[in-house]
Design a protein around this ligand. Structure first.
Ligand code: C2E
Ligand code: CA
Ligand code: CA
Length: 764
């Protein structure tokens, strides 16, 4: 049997068992009725035997049904159940058939009618329940009806012949009908089986796709033509750290913010494909996931787009490994410092940056002394530990903007950027950094119980340098380092010897300034500020350094270093104190008239310092100097970024009577608004304008402008650096009436200036 016909056969058997319970029960009732109706014309004993036999057979049949139905699933697969049914049904039919011979009421016509009705009724009734199996139904009909026909024929009367032919016709009709019905049933079963198997296949394939969908290692989601998410898998939910509930039904075009993502979705909705790669911020969970996403339209026809499908790949791991590769490519695996490659990149950047912004930086080439000895005697692991300690110390002591790298072996590099705008000071600062490095590296390092003292040789080169690129700067520092080594190690060398000198010089100067402050080597000189007739109206105090070896030094020789190293603060305090003391002395000895003031210079950094006002008021109070006789000169540079802080400080001192002048006016800044905002007294025209006053030159125009502007603002004007009579004449014709310069007097020591004051007093 073919697989399907076997299945049909089993279905038929199943139907037989399924539909037989009621007909069997009814047939028992019918047999009872049948026996009872014949009681008056047939021997009772026959009736009892017959009915008992029928009853037993029916009971067996019902029992068979019961057996079958006790485990339909298993019994359905066993073919012998059909045979059993067939046999019992045939016996049951033969029992009916036997009634034609033993129970036929030959004498009574009415009983014969009942007999025929029940017989034909049994036959007709059997058709519906037994039709599923052709052998069963045909067997049943034949065994039931053929004996009836045979009986009629054996009687042999005209009527019985007629009856026989009627029953024969009935038999033929029911047989044909049964065959037809059976065919229908077979077809039905076949169709049913087909649809069941189709459904099964569909279910299996659907299940398979469900599995693929939900277990795919990729996020998959599906959206309609409006871009609304219809379905998504668990991986998609996990990727976006969101929930299915908030994702399904999400209107992507309306809600998403990432323009790149939106573009990709729109491309798919327009019938094409979209691609997105990057760190995606989920709008439902705000989590950021590096992803790669493909979008593709789902189309019904070439034109109609039903929606789209998106496939999302988690890029976290890939990104991590890319970062790791990047890290490994840029960093030294032992110490975690930048490696040679990254250092070259950084140095290249720093050189360009320094060129662009006109500042200098330094490259320090550090080589540990005797590292090889340590490595050979204590082993490689000790050597590694030492390198790690060195790297750690470098890292901890580095400024944020600087870069440290390991070049391999025991060689390290530090790039110190933006040291200064002058090469000399940059060298000086680089030396400071190198010394610091030497110091912190030489602290004992404990390795495997040994306290090791490491010294280092350092080479320094300054960048940018004309025509020198990364390699040159590195080589310079390397060769400087080599010089340190040959000079006996544990030392610092500059590539250019004069830079070394400059750095040394700065360092020495710094120490000397400290000493000068202690030993009172600074002095104030005074330069008078006079009217056209030479009468002293005021004076400017200017600092000088009585250097024990180098003689009298002008401020230009030391103030810059003092500013850079923070010593300016102390010098400023010294100047303030000395000037105030002198004012007090001259006032007490009546050398200074009430209208005469002494001005001091205050640098931008000094006035910006937080304690400036306290220092100023404290000093005025302590020395007892009259604030009205004190003037302060501030350069334009320190006034222009006039923050509220500076304004307030000036106000405070102005209220006490201190006068303020703008020094070197006209030299730089274009913004003049500060002039209006600040309560200033005087503008000092810078001496560079005065120097070459000739009628018609540009400077003349500038000087004229400054003078008339000062007048408009209600400020006094002092011309600085007046050296010739010509300059004096010109300035006085233009309306400037106070002058300071060599034409009248150079800055002079206190005693000399006291004499000048005395002389003027005498003249008064
Ligand atoms: P400055 O405030 O512009 O001082 C005027 C400078 O011009 C002084 O130089 C003075 O000697 C010089 N000078 C005066 N008349 C003439 C002239 O006719 N011709 C020429 N060529 N020069 C003249 P000095 O004393 O060398 O001071 C230089 C700068 O140092 C000062 O410029 C000032 O900015 C600063 N400075 C001086 N003393 C102090 C101080 O005590 N504290 C602060 N913070 N800065 C000071
Ligand atoms: Ca000045
Ligand atoms: Ca000046």
């Amino acid at each position: 049997m073919k697989n399907t016909s076997k299945e049909i056969f089993r279905e038929q058997t199943y139907l037989l068992y399924l539909n037989s319970k009621l007909p069997i029960t009814i047939s028992v009732a019918a047999a009872g009725l049948f026996s009872w109706s014949l009681r008056s014309v047939v021997d009772h004993r026959f009736l009892i035997y017959w009915f008992t036999a029928f009853f037993i057979i029916s009971a067996i049949r019902l029992y068979l049904l019961f057996l079958y139905s006790s485990d339909v699933g298993a019994h359905k697969k066993q073919d012998h159940w059909h045979g059993r049914f067939l046999i019992l049904t045939c016996i049951s039919a033969a029992t009916w058939g036997s009634a034609s011979f033993f129970l036929f009421p030959e004498q009574s016509l009415p009983h014969q009618i009942v007999f025929f009705m029940i017989m034909l009724g049994m036959a007709a009734g059997a058709v519906s329940s037994l039709c599923p199996s052709l052998p069963v139904v045909l067997g049943y009909l034949s065994l039931l009806l053929i004996p009836v026909i045979a009986k009629m024929i054996t009687i042999g009367s005209e009527e019985t012949w007629f009856n026989a032919s009627l029953v024969l016709m009935f038999w033929a009709v029911t047989v044909i009908g049964s065959i037809k019905i059976n065919e229908n049933i077979r077809e039905n079963i076949e169709l049913h089986l087909q649809s069941v198997s189709r459904e099964k296949i569909l279910k299996v394939s659907e299940e398979r796709y469900r599995h693929i969908f939900s277990h795919a290692p990729l996020g998959i989601f599906h959206y309609d033509a409006d871009g609304i998410i219809i379905d998504c898998n668990d991986e998609f939910v996990r990727l976006l750290k969101s929930s299915k509930k908030s994702l399904i039904g999400l209107n992507m075009p309306a809600r998403l913010k990432d323009q790149k993502m939106l573009d990709a979705i729109h491309r798919s909705l327009a019938g094409g494909e979209g691609y997105y790669e990057g760190d995606y911020t989920s709008i439902t969970s705000n989590s950021v996931t590096p992803v790669r996403t493909f979008f593709k339209a789902i189309k019904q026809t070439a034109e109609t787009v039903l929606g789209g499908v998106g496939i999302v790949e988690d890029f976290t791991e890939r990104k991590k490994s890319a970062e790791l590769i990047q890290y490994q490519a840029s960093y030294d695996h032992l110490t975690g410092l930048a490696n040679r490659r990254m250092l070259l990149d950084s140095l290249d950047n720093e050189i360009s940056r320094a060129r662009r912004h006109n500042h200098y930086g330094a490259l320090l080439y550090i080589d540990l002394d005797n590292f090889k000895t340590i490595n050979d005697s204590l082993g490689h692991s000790a050597g590694d530990q030492l390198l790690k300690i060195v790297a750690k110390r470098i890292r901890e002591n580095l400024r944020r903007e600087d870069t440290a790298a390991r070049m391999g072996g025991d060689e390290f590099i530090i790039i110190a950027t933006e040291l200064d705008t002058t090469i000399g000071l940059a060298a000086y600062k680089a030396k400071g950094i190198a010394e610091k490095v030497k110091r912190f590296l030489s602290a004992p390092a404990s390795i495997d119980g040994n306290d090791l003292q490491i010294t280092s040789s350092i080479g320094v080169s300054i960048f940018p340098a004309q025509g020198k690129e990364v390699d040159d700067i590195l080589k310079q520092a390397d060769s400087a380092m080599y010089r340190s080594k040959t000079a006996g190690r544990n030392s610092i060398s500059f590539f250019l010897p004069h830079m070394q000198e400059a750095a040394n010089e700065r360092l020495r100067l710094n120490m000397e300034i400290r000493r000068a402050l202690e030993k009172e080597e600074f002095v104030l000189y005074y330069q008078p500020q006079v009217d056209l007739s030479g009468r002293i109206l005021s004076a400017e105090a200017l600092i000088r350094w009585n250097h024990p070896e180098r003689g009298l030094l002008l401020p230009g020789a030391f103030l810059e270093v003092a500013e850079e190293t923070g010593l300016m603060h102390e010098i400023g305090q010294w100047v303030f104190r000395s000037a105030c003391r002198q004012i007090k002395t001259w006032a007490d000895t009546k050398k200074l008239s009430t209208s005469q003031t002494i001005s001091i210079n205050i640098s931008g950094k000094e006035i910006a310092a937080p304690g400036f006002i306290d220092m100023a008021t404290g000093t005025l109070e302590k020395t007892g100097a009259d604030p009205h006789r004190l003037g302060i000169e501030l350069t334009e540079g320190s006034l222009v970024p006039a923050g509220e802080d500076i304004v307030e400080k000036i106000m405070t001192l102005r209220k006490m009577g201190v006068e303020f002048s703008v020094d070197d006016f006209g030299t730089g800044y274009s913004s003049l608004s500060y002039l209006k905002r600040l309560p200033l007294n005087t503008l000092k025209i810078d001496r560079s304008f005065i120097h070459d006053i000739k009628d018609g030159s540009r400077d003349v125009v500038l000087v004229d402008t400054i003078i008339s502007m000062a007048k408009n603002l209600g400020l006094d004007v002092i011309a600085e650096g007046v050296e010739t009579e010509e300059e004096l004449r010109y300035l006085s014709t233009r309306g400037c009436h106070v002058f300071q310069g060599y034409y009248f007097s150079k800055p002079v020591p206190t005693t000399a200036f006291t004499k000048m004051l005395e002389k003027q007093h005498g003249n008064l």
